[in-house]
Design a protein around this ligand. Sequence first.
Ligand SMILES: [Zn+2]
Length: 258
Amino acid sequence: MQQFVVQTPPLSHKAVFTADAPAPAVLHITCSSGGNTYMRRDLRLQAGQHDFTVPLSYLPTKYHISIERKEGLPVLLRSYDVQPVLFESNKPISEQDKKFIGFALWMAENMPKLGYKTYQDGNGNCIHYMPKVRDLHTGQIIETPARVDRSTGEIFVSADDLLPATVPMRIFVLLHEYVHYRNQTTNEFECDREAANLYRAQGWPKIEALYALTKFFSKPMADSRFSEIMSLPLAGIEGTTEQERRVIELKNHIERNL
Ligand SMILES: [Zn+2]
């Protein structure tokens, strides 16, 4: 019997580091377990001593953190620690939403070992897991990480697209599709906002929700453009493509409300 349980209150984590950098450097930090990546970040350090905190999602009981130097001179890591964080959300989540979040979490964590078939949670939620999403009528491959049949709520998931993603990014994609069905809407902006509300109510890191929008479009957003968008103040930048407008609107929504 599978259990699809969302912890109450939700538990997330943070990694706390102290480092001395003799010169500017870039560290690449990953957190992984059982074929899954839970976090993947680049940290830019100026010369000097640094205390920094990296927000993490919930984590399995065993995980591996790796810190590699990507650029610059060697950095002396004085200390690091991973600490649990009990997340207090002021947004109520319905029982129906909690059930889907629990199912999405189970699905996202188990993807590396799941066979290609249909998974149901006994609460009316259903995910078809396949190498690539195909059009139901023509059988043609559709280049998308996931889609939903809005009349039934069935979600179709592309393993090829989601396996390289982090667990929180997979969850965000599943929540986005779920909202298309729950709200009976085709509005991508609304689905991003509502998915972020459900996602952030678990205390999961803001940045992974935004990465879910930058990595899965037919043309992934350049890191330099993403950095530019992230560094500008709220509403300080205009998007020129739908992807950019979605990233900017989601960033603004998260910073204002979540
Ligand atoms: Zn959508």
